[in-house]
Design a protein around this ligand. Structure first.
Ligand code: ZN
Length: 466
């Protein structure tokens, strides 16, 4: 099977060309200004932008939290992702039963996802207890294609500093990378109890109980531990605060392998949403919380200068009706998280590329190439180059869309981006040479998506420009 994408604006790793992309048996074969091979299908990409498919390195599909389960599972989640221009996701495993080993959750997640996805997928491991056996097991988890793990500094299975350091050191040694949720647990718990005790239970107290200082402190603490661990590679998820990004910038300037991810919610939404009338504010309860608007343009600047390499979503959906509304009288009862996997690419394209903040090469990096590099998928995925999987999205840069819940495929009863007007929309998504979404139609069945056995992370290849 040969496919030719003709006359597109093709975004390569360091330049943009007008040209053609030849695909054979699921791989990119050639990218040239003019290709005249006889093929099975020609896709006319004139006026369209041809990009490596989006890779969302931070989703939570089918996540069980207490008595709640996210409304998106691996089928609805990957369908929504495909409509949003994505060709792969890397999901964060949820916590398992107390005392379980690392492979336990890997098995659980294969059960959730195998045969269920329409795009390719992988899983980040999760560390919930740290002992010699768990540290030892990380090598075989990496062998199985899970070289990245997440640690949490808050919630039920928060790790202590000494444990975090051991994890970072061990993952460095086995060619892995530590990702971390940075918030100061003691301060948050104190503030939550204090507000609830004073009867201050409205959504805005969610944000006030998790101030930026809590994030900034623990970002600096993890950077410090990663340095002590011999420059262990460290990836800070969902950076919401400009001050946290500055700490990452300073560590990188010292030569440390510290990386940062931000999310659309921190670029496009702000804390005033918590004061929306009625119980609307509950829709925005997520951690870290939305911040003061002044952070937004600063975060863009940290994207531009390479301090933040990735925009991922932290997609974690709970319906407003029946789940989020549990927090109506007390914000601490509202499950944390929000949707985003389908709107990431168009929002970042519109606000980033269409508004002139970043160019197309940078856009491709933050949406696809950099997560592929940092999580062991590159160069198989994350770039348009001969030999790579033909994971491609086409964006119509002139298509104007007003985002509204009814337009989206996310299995949740609201979008935090309701009414947002964007310029540019993904109109085709192709995974391994097969079209998955075309002109608003799903073309593949669940089960088309394949598990990606990700490779170990070579720190020497994480140098230079992002
Ligand atoms: Zn998350």
């Amino acid at each position: 099977m040969k496919t030719l994408i003709k006359c597109g604006t093709v975004v390569l790793e360091d330049e943009v060309i007008l040209g053609d992309v030849l695909i054979e048996d699921g791989k990119i074969v050639r990218i040239e200004e003019k290709i005249n091979d006889v093929v099975d299908r020609v896709i006319d990409a004139e006026g369209k932008i041809v990009l490596p498919g989006g890779i969302d390195g931070h989703t939570h599909f089918n996540l069980h939290v207490g008595s709640n389960v996210t409304s998106d599972d691996f089928t609805t989640g990957t369908i929504a992702a495909a409509f949003g221009g994505n060709t792969a996701i890397v999901d964060h495993m949820g916590f398992g039963p107390k005392g379980c080993d690392l492979h336990h959750q890997a098995g659980v997640y294969h059960g959730y996802a195998d045969g269920k996805c329409v795009i390719d997928y992988g899983f980040h491991g999760v560390v919930q207890e740290v002992d010699a056996d768990i540290l030892e097991e990380m090598a075989s988890m990496a062998d199985d294609g899970h070289p990245s793990f997440k640690i949490y500094l808050t919630y039920d299975y928060k790790v202590e500093d000494a444990e975090a350091l051991k994890v970072m050191k061990r993952l460095k040694d086995v060619g892995g990378i530590t990702t971390v949720h940075c918030e100061n647990d003691a301060a948050i718990n104190y503030l939550r109890r204090k507000f609830v005790g004073e009867g201050k239970c409205a959504p805005k107290y969610h944000a006030l109980s998790r101030p930026e200082s809590c994030e900034n402190e623990s970002v600096l603490r993890m950077i410090t531990l990663a340095e002590a661990a011999g420059d262990a590679p460290l990836y800070i998820v969902h950076v919401s605060s400009a001050r946290s990004a500055q700490l990452i910038k300073e560590a990188r300037a010292r030569g440390q392998h510290v990386f940062g991810e931000t999310c659309p919610q921190y670029l496009f939404l702000d804390e005033t949403s918590y004061e929306l009338p009625g119980d609307e504010g509950l829709k925005y309860i997520m951690s870290p919380p939305l911040r003061d608007k002044s952070n937004q343009e600063k975060l863009w600047n940290y994207i531009k200068d390479g301090t933040l390499q990735v925009v991922a979503t932290d997609h974690c959906t709970f319906n407003y009706h029946g789940s989020k509304e549990l927090g109506r009288d007390n914000f601490t009862l509202c499950p944390n998280g929000g949707p985003g996997v389908e709107t990431r690419v168009p929002l970042v394209f519109s606000e980033g590329v269409a508004k002139g903040r970043i160019n197309l090469v940078k856009f491709a990096r933050i949406i696809s190439t950099n997560p592929a590099r940092l999580f062991g998928l590159y160069p198989k995925k994350g770039a348009l180059r001969p030999g790579s999987d033909a994971d491609i999205m086409l964006i119509d840069p002139h298509k104007e869309v007003t985002i509204t819940k009814s337009l989206l495929h996310e299995n949740v009863d609201y979008t935090p981006y309701e009414g947002f007007k964007v310029t540019g929309w993904p109109v085709m998504t192709m995974v391994r040479g097969q079209v998955v979404v075309e002109n608003g139609k799903l073309m593949q069945e669940p089960g088309y998506g394949e598990f990606q056995k990700r490779g170990r992370i070579d720190m020497s290849k994480l140098q230079g420009e992002f």
